[in-house]
Unconditional design. Structure first.
Length: 144
């Protein structure tokens, strides 16, 4: 890993985890440094693409490991707020699966925390540039 690489951790490795892992593998400047899931088979699937990554079964341990600059959170939606807050509180940038949180107040709190700590907080929007979404956006913007 180069000094300039961003050390990425994957928090949960379900169906979308493989997509995130491939994106990290194919993006210059990113290095998958850690993966966490309670299911050992999922962790092994992640390590098949990134054998140098450190495996965790406990999310708090991964966040405390100091191995991460950024974490991709793919846990169940009712835990997004909790894990994003935990990561941001530790100075870790966050890419968060949708929904961002379960309430607007939780979203506002996360955005304020990220801003206060000068950290990136992004909600993963993988469909935003699909042809049908781009077409609908153009139709709406045109006033049609």
């Amino acid at each position: 890993m180069k000094n300039s690489d961003i050390r990425v951790g994957l928090l949960a490795y379900g169906a979308i985890g493989h997509e995130h892992n491939q994106a990290v593998q194919n993006t210059s400047g990113l290095e998958l440094s850690a993966v966490c899931d309670t299911n050992p088979e999922r962790v092994n699937a992640a390590l098949a693409l990134a054998p140098a990554a450190t495996a965790f079964s406990d999310a708090t341990e991964m966040l405390n490991s100091e191995l991460l600059d950024l974490v991709v959170i793919s846990t169940p939606p009712n835990t997004h707020y909790q894990w994003a807050k935990e990561a941001l509180s530790r100075g870790i940038h966050v890419v968060l699966e949708k929904p961002m949180a379960l309430t607007a107040d939780q979203c506002d709190e996360l955005m304020a925390l990220a801003s206060t700590k000068n950290l990136m907080l992004v909600v993963y929007q993988n469909r935003r540039f699909d042809d049908d979404f781009v077409t609908m956006r153009e139709i709406i913007r045109s006033g049609e």
